[in-house]
Design a binder for this molecule. Sequence first.
Ligand SMILES: *Cc1c(COP(=O)(O)O)cnc(C)c1O
Length: 611
Amino acid sequence: MTKNGLNMGKTDSDLFYSDNYLKTILSNVKTIALVGASSNWNRPSFFAMKYLLAKGYKVFPINPGVAGEKILGELVYSNLNELPVTVDMVDIFRKPVDAGGVTDEAIEHGAKVVWMQLGIINQEAAHRAEAAGLRVVMDRCPKIEFSRLFGELSWHGFNSKTITSKRRPVGKATAPISSEVSDTIPKMPPAGFETRAIHSGAAPDPTTGARSTPIFQTTAYVFDDADHAASLFNLQTFGNIYSRLSNPTTSVLEERIAALENGRGTTCTASGHSAQLLALLPIMGPGKRIIASNKLYGGSITQFSKTFKKFDWNCTFVDMDSIDEVRAAADGQDVRAIFAESLANPGGVITDISAIKEIANKAGIPLVIDNTMATPFLCQPIEHGADIVIHSTTKFLSGHGNAMGGAIVDAGTFDWAQNKNFPSLSEPEDAYHGINFYESFGDLAYTTYGHAVGLRDLGPTMAPMNAYLTIMGIETLALRMERHVQNATNVAKFLETHSQVSWVSYAGLQSSKYHNLAKKYLPKGAGSVFTFGLKGGYEAGVKCVERCELFSHLANIGDTRSLILHPASTTHRQLTDEQRIAAGAGDDVIRISIGLETETDIIADLDQALV
Ligand SMILES: *Cc1c(COP(=O)(O)O)cnc(C)c1O
């Protein structure tokens, strides 16, 4: 239980409702009593009421404090007994302890459904209602479930978990379905990775039937009327306003990445670096600190240590292999997050995510994992405890070296109200007229904030064309990653035996000190980016990259093409010697990203370059 008496943060993890169960309720109910209705536009109950009225439900607001007045044109009653009709459903916006009494009134009243809002769980009351033959839903918002189940997906990249190749009208409940039938429809098993990579987020276009996701090359979206505009700006309904905040093509990509990472929702951004900025925005503030691995991507080290410093965001870099060092660093009052890469670039370093997660849990802060190098095909950070996963989609997700992008995935499991450290999410937010995001959106709060405040106010929006290219790339992610891993493994084995090579650091090799962590966290392979050392040092490194013909000498990874780089003379040259060595980018180090060309051609090119 949190300080405000709500059960945010999954205290009852066994609450599961099948989609059919929720659909049956939402398509059979016609009349709803909304207990705890508020006339204040930024309260969650006002949001829900406005949305349910717009979807055609008859809503009776109940609130003894304002009985006799009107909310959204509907007369307010002081309790269920006063209602002129028997309602189908009682929707409860009251603290869990008070939900018990309301549930008993609902049973007596003759309602068929008791629905308790986000954060409200009262198991005893639920048992009493079920014993009396009512259906019960707890810890859910009917507005969010309605939009998820009836195809209204186009706002924040929420993971709706719906996959369909049928064209459906948007935002309309299906015709009432018989309760008996729908309750016995077997629940479909969750779709496999490859199916999600091709389908998630992308139903056929509702107006044209286009099967491939259209590129919505538009800046803005028309409002139906003034009230619709107000609802959109107030976040009371889902929809698009202006492409800086959301775009239907980008939303498809957002949902797809959320589905692949098994997250709750995703915010896409213009680049991996802007994803890092936006991921930290709701968490950080002046004088606050993150704990980050000292083996991050070179650009991330500069961003965290220099540029974020201008916001007075501090960073302590630690060796993530040393659990004691991480624990000691995370012990400060000002620490707000731990940040690491699942598989680090360069160097083939693997983070023990579940061990770090324990430290984050104790400190009451989220664990943020950069999963760029591994991709969700090779590593599932959320399964191991990550609260937030970020990506540079520029790399393997788009996969063809042709589209910049970033993504922030929220697992939806972090309790933002467990302490006072995250006021942007758990207290009224000035940047959005005093909305309390966590109270209004529950496990969608972080993703909603990412769009409504992060993208709106900082503006690093992904271009729809780049979203489209990344959607295309992801459709073949599984196939590509399998071949990337196969080629990389064979190239690493070749280099291990080469006379000019002093060492090879690839977590897929038996010789790697990360081999055991690789088996746990990357069971399908350790990616295709790794480093090796040349006996000839700096000079030999420069010579090698210049002699390559097939390999492209450039600063990128995760292309279909094989890429080569000498970090000491390029990407890592702005770091100090100490930082470079800590980041695995010493003078003799060559980094390669193995592509999808014929394996023997890749090996032959390296062989002729290593003289
Ligand atoms: C490339 C990269 C980034 C930065 O992403 P951009 O899309 O280039 O902004 C961050 N983290 C890792 C691991 C990367 O490889």
